[in-house]
Design a protein around this ligand. Structure first.
Ligand SMILES: [Zn+2]
Length: 97
């Protein structure tokens, strides 16, 4: 099963490439409903490797679009549960893309 397929099965809320808007609610994913899933159902130790796999695809899809986010902004969006500053987000973006 793909990472996206696994997250879809668990949460019902998943970003749809290439826009990364949620299939279920149409919000930019990770959408508010996804972010509200309690940590006992979706733990940080599950999220970090999943997001590490998804962020490079999201950067490829989203950067360069008109008004599109920069890679560090994409990192912060997908790793919302980590307290990243701009320098850390930039460093992660460089590692992941
Ligand atoms: Zn959603």
């Amino acid at each position: 099963m793909t990472v996206l397929g696994g997250i879809r099965t668990v949460t019902g809320h998943i970003g749809s490439q290439p826009t990364w808007d949620c299939e279920a609610c149409g919000q930019p994913w990770p959408c508010p409903a996804f972010q509200a899933i309690p940590p006992d159902q979706l733990t940080t130790s599950t999220l970090i490797p999943a997001m590490a796999l998804l962020v490079p695809s999201a950067i490829r899809d989203l950067r360069g679009r008109p008004e599109g986010p920069e890679p560090p902004e994409i990192v912060k969006r997908f790793l919302w549960f980590l307290p990243l500053n701009d320098d850390e987000a930039r460093a992660i973006a460089l590692r992941l893309r």
